[in-house]
Write a protein that binds this ligand. Sequence first.
Ligand SMILES: CCCCCCCC/C=C\C/C=C/C(=O)SCCNC(=O)CCNC(=O)[C@H](O)C(C)(C)COP(=O)(O)OP(=O)(O)OC[C@H]1O[C@@H](n2cnc3c(N)ncnc32)[C@H](O)[C@@H]1OP(=O)(O)O
Length: 690
Amino acid sequence: MAATRRLSHSVAVITINNPPVNALSSSVRHGLVKEFGEASKDPSVKAIVLSGASGKFSAGADIREFSTSAMKTVSLEDINATIEASRKPVVAAIEGVALGGGLELALACHYRVANAQSRVGLPEVLIGILPAAGGTQRLPRLIGVPAALDVIVRGRDLDKRRLSINHVPSNPNMEYFLDTAVEKAKKQFRGAQAPIACIEAVRASVQKPYHHGIEKERQLFLSLWATGQPQAQQYAFFSERNVGKWTHPSGGRWDNVKPKPVRTAAVIGLGTMGRGIVTSLAKANIPVIALEQDAQQLETGKKAVNALLEREAEKLVKQGLTPAATLASVCFTLDFAELSAVDLVIEAVYENMKLKKEIFSKLSSVCKPDAFLCTNTSGLDIDEIASVTNHPDLVIGTHFFSPANIMRLLEVVRGHQTSLTTIATAMNLGKILGKVAVLVGNCPLFVGNRLLGPYLEQANYLLEDGCYPEDVDKVLEDFGFAMGPFRMMDLAGLDVGWRSRMEKGLTGNKVPPGTPARQRQGYRYSPLPDMLCEIGRYGQKAGKGWYQYEKPGGRFAQPDPWVKDFLQKYRETHQIRPRPVNPELILERCLYALINEGFRVLEDGIASGPEDIDVIYNNGYGFPKHRGGIMYHASTLGVAKVLDVLDTYYRENPDVPSMKPAFLLKKLAAVGGPPLKEWRTQVGSLVNKL
Ligand SMILES: CCCCCCCC/C=C\C/C=C/C(=O)SCCNC(=O)CCNC(=O)[C@H](O)C(C)(C)COP(=O)(O)OP(=O)(O)OC[C@H]1O[C@@H](n2cnc3c(N)ncnc32)[C@H](O)[C@@H]1OP(=O)(O)O
């Protein structure tokens, strides 16, 4: 786990060896104590070098040990204190990664040398804790409080090499500076405790001698641990890694099916999604052909892609890096024939089955026979799209999230005939693009958007019952969501859902005459969003929706007196007596709707485990990571409680079928509410559609 070798006569090199990332597990820590003790005692050793095997210094504490008694054995800070106190010079030789406890170890050394490619940082805050092995005390002493806060509170990597691009630390009014940082972190991280604890620990480095600071750091760690947030965030961390390990009932798996290389790609359609996808491919150095249907749209798309690439380049330059992606790696065309040699195509035209089928049929005749054909649909049937091609086994859904060059989530949707190689290639492409790819089954709206349905339905019912959009949004944003449902609808555009409801005959002229306004097929229905669309209130892009904005396309949502008046009149028309709905109830109704649909997705075999749903919702829909995810949250509430609340609601509202408790939820409650990691086994007995 840690071994020493001698260089020349006098230098001892201690190497941490714990594949794959040299995490500082209990046995590594014991190894370090032993090797360091021996090197210190050996009179022939004049200097000690600490390094990591396989080109990685260390990714920090072993996160899997946090919930175990192994944490209580020899502490990293004790090791750090011993290293720092050494009379012999100790040098950290950093390669690859020095993250978290790995960097704290390096900070305790007397000198640090790093190769130019190393990633150095304190990402503890991202898994709900703080750097509690002296990091919050030593880093401010090394680089000053403002720079240290930036690294510790945001979990950012330290700038690679070019110190000249850093601001000179200046702190005339430290208390005010730190108080402001706390206020900012509260707003930015919405309920996450780790960033606040990080700031308080750094405050201790300013106010107190080192050993007091270290004590404070430890106390803060322990109180953070008691909040449950670290456990939730660490679950989210491992879930993101687990979803890459996809499996298929036929026995195909991530580790026994080889992806094909994607050397060239094409994107069809240069609307918002297409532009982002082209940029994402170009950033990953994949030459891409971008196709539009007419010269004007092609030119507009080209300008937009250029602007996105420039923005990406600016970001890299600010970090002291050299941008690789340029417009030169993108070829713009109107001619399908130019797609004849590409390895993979991503269709990103608007959501219309007829159009998508026309495109796929054309692709099937112009592309080479082994080209992978992906559709960026956000919910249409992959099998129907595949049915018009010669090779339905090469067709797969790649559902990107907007803006596609920034959002990390990629839902990879497998059709019934999609081959294992196609799955492996799409999942691998996600990785190459720097995304977290989750394999899901084919059902209307897939996983993420399917869950949105019952959630938005409840949000609309809350307006009918007496709430206003800002009341509902506030509750969900206070819970930690990046955005409440109404701000989210305004951002996405209300017309998207409206068009889909018109196609389904839920609104517009296909609704049978005599249908009650608030009912469809005997079930409760809220026509509120349709009514907004009918008068052009499509959301942000129209300058008005559930809120009003400073201008069309404006971003600053303001409660709109018109909406208040509209809702009051609506309630009067339908003789609804408004009643106060307390925040707990708002939260419960929206969250439980999400959770229940999550259980249905699992029982339908559309997602292979609760972690998959959580990764999708955390990364695509702004669910707060410090709460783990929707399904993780359900497990902390307890399935019995969730079932009880849903049961009560459904008994009182039998016309809202989305709240009828899922079969799997009942099954889990019946077997005593096993821990989340055992849920897959319960799902296993149900039909797997993946
Ligand atoms: C009880 C109270 C006592 C109070 C005292 C408290 C003492 C606290 C002590 C010290 C504080 C220090 C805390 C920490 O150091 S926390 C850890 C901080 N480090 C991180 O968050 C880094 C996390 N890892 C990564 O970002 C990446 O994994 C990477 C950049 C290192 C490598 O990325 P990549 O090459 O893409 O590989 P993967 O992400 O897929 O990872 C490979 C493999 O390794 C596992 N893994 C990664 N990091 C860790 C880790 N720190 N601990 C355990 N396991 C880790 C990862 O899960 C993958 O595993 P696999 O899926 O099984 O292959």
